[in-house]
Design a protein around this ligand. Sequence first.
Ligand code: URA
Length: 234
Amino acid sequence: MRLAKFLAHAGVASRRGAEEIIRSGRVQIAGTTVTDPARDVDIDSGVAVDGKFLEGPEERMVFLVNKPKGVLSTAADTHGRRTIVDLVPSRGARLYPVGRLDADSTGLILVTNDGDLAQRLTHPSFEVPRTYRAAVRPAPVPEHALRRLREGVDLDDGRTAPAKVRQVKPGVLELTIHEGRNHQVKRMCEAVGHRVNTLQRIRFGPLRLDDLPEGGHRRLKAAEVENLRRTPSG
Ligand code: URA
C-alpha cells in the first residue's frame, strides 16, 4: 500500500495531510526518513511518525460537532487556542476536522480519523452540498442581488457555481453551495453588497445540525457514515 494511504488508514491525517507530513520529513521506515508518499509499505515495514511506530489501523469514527464561535477548525493550534477536536472524546484516536469553518462561524462540522472519508468529502470533484444560514446587512436583500447569488458571482478566484439561495426572513439567507472555497459565503454576499454578520452551517451532504446544542457532538451511526460515503446527495 502507498505510504500516504497507510498513514491515512492508521488515522494520522487525511490522505493529503499525510502526503504533507511525509514530504516534511517526519516519517521513517525502519529508522530511515522517507519523503516519498508513494513508497510501498505494509504493517511489517516499521513505519513511524516523529519517531513513534504506528500500530495497525485505528477504529474509524466520525463525529458531528456544533462548532461554537471562536473555536478553531484545526486539529491543533500552535498558540494553544481551543480547537474543534477538543470538543470530542477522542479516546486516544488522532482526530481532525473535515474541511474548515471560519473561527467566527458556527455550526455543523465533522471530526474524524477516517482519512479516506475526509478526503472524499473535501475533494472538489465530489461537490458535497453545504447549506449555510447567513444574517446579512443591509436588510432585506433585494431580488436582483438574490438572483446574482443564485446565478454565480465573480470573485477574485473565479466565478462561483450556481447556488440555491432563499431569504428566510428579511436579511437572513439560506445558501446551498457545493464548492469549499475560503470565506466563500462571506465573499459572495459582499460581492452583491451585503456584509455577513453571523454565519452558521446547518447542513453538510445528508447531515443536518438539527437541535444539537452549541459545543455539543454526536457520533455518527454506521448507516449515516455509509450514507456519507455515497454522497453527493443533492
Ligand atoms: N463561507 C464562509 O465565508 N465562511 C465559512 O466559515 C464557511 C463558508
